[in-house]
Design a binder for this molecule. Structure first.
Ligand code: NDP
Length: 312
């Protein structure tokens, strides 16, 4: 069997960011300065790294960003007041609160406070509900990136059997909804699933979002299947820290038809879709100020592979 085709997330994200950049320029020309507010609470080093790369990407595509750094002992009420102020600030199009938050702050309350139309992470219950109902929505960035890579690799996904391993609110569940909307037959596996390996081996598409290093080896994969590895796990090999996915890459790449690497697969798409969601939010808000209906169409017609620039 030939080795699997490598799905290049860095290249796909670069293409996506080009279209986002074009859209930002068009909005700028029409008087809208696309703006993302980023809120970072506390000193978590990984969060600081993520925020830095999001701000860098934003500036590369011409999105203005406003950073709010709050100390680790910030009270929940203070954070919610800041979000409410950002909600009412017409210059702000998207609001991102970097997770995880310090333990005194309820993440659910934070997500619920962000205005749905500025919810560029796609976590607000209004956006979650729209996605499940099959209505257009701002959709979570990581699963949107996975769908983009799948459609980029396979074209039309209709009729494919997709297995999603993991059912978190930020990856597994929205991934399953997006695949269902793309007319796949979807199976969701989780820690209570029985015969998970056998079920997975029936899949044309496997999306692994478990958070367990190299859990899925070749015995889980049907020959020729397309495999998307969301997992990001750090392991020690010979005294060195390595980043690996939930897929055991060496063996699976000998069986699969196509596979994403870690790093360089899903990761770059997540930030790409954060930028795309910020532009969609800005478009929706600027149209809304003229007429509600086109605004809805714009934000809500939101298949992951829609080129933002094609819809302007
Ligand atoms: P969660 O820990 O929230 O969810 C993990 C899911 O895996 C749960 O639904 C759990 O089931 C399921 N699970 C655990 N063990 C098994 C098992 N043995 N068999 C089947 N299912 C199992 O993780 P996330 O969804 O937040 O993240 C998953 C991975 O993706 C992590 O490695 C994370 O770092 C990575 N990630 C990567 C991103 C990127 O940009 N590339 C973005 C977000 C996440 P149950 O519900 O029953 O407990």
């Amino acid at each position: 069997m030939n080795p699997a085709r490598l799905i290049d997330g860095r290249a796909a994200a670069a293409g996506l960011l080009e279209t986002v950049k074009e859209d930002v320029a068009k909005l700028q020309a029409s008087g809208v300065s696309v703006t993302l507010a980023v809120v970072l609470v506390g000193d978590d080093p990984a969060s600081h790294v993520y925020v830095r790369s999001k701000l860098l990407r934003a500036s590369e595509v011409g999105i203005r960003s406003v950073e709010h750094r709050l100390p680790a002992d910030t009270a929940q009420a203070t954070l919610l007041s800041l979000i409410e102020a950002l909600n009412s600030d017409a210059r702000v199009n998207g609001i991102l609160v970097q997770m995880p938050l310090p333990e005194q702050i309820d993440e659910g309350a934070v997500i619920a406070t962000i205005a749905a139309e500025k919810d560029v992470d796609g976590f607000h219950r209004e956006n979650v509900g729209r996605l499940v109902l099959g209505e257009p929505a701002l959709t979570p960035c990581t699963p949107s990136g996975c769908l983009f890579l799948l459609e980029h690799t396979l074209g039309d996904l209709s009729g494919k059997h997709a297995v999603v391993i993991g059912r978190s609110n930020i990856v597994g569940k929205p991934m399953a909804s997006l695949l269902l909307q793309a007319n796949c037959s979807v199976t969701i596996l989780h820690s209570h699933s029985v015969d998970a390996r056998e079920l997975c081996r029936q899949a044309d598409i496997v999306v692994a979002a478990v958070g367990r290093a190299q859990m899925i080896d070749a015995s889980w994969i049907k020959p020729g299947a397309t495999v998307i590895d969301v997992g990001i796990n750090r392991i020690e090999i010979d005294g060195r820290t390595r980043l690996v996915g939930d897929i055991e890459f060496e063996s699976v790449s000998r069986v699969a038809g196509a596979i994403t690497p870690v790093p360089g697969g899903v990761g770059p798409m997540t930030i790409g879709f954060l930028m795309r969601n910020t532009v969609l939010a800005a478009k929706g808000q600027s149209l809304k100020s003229v007429s509600a209906k086109p605004a809805q169409r714009e934000i809500l017609r939101c298949r992951a592979t829609d080129r933002v620039s094609e819809r302007s």
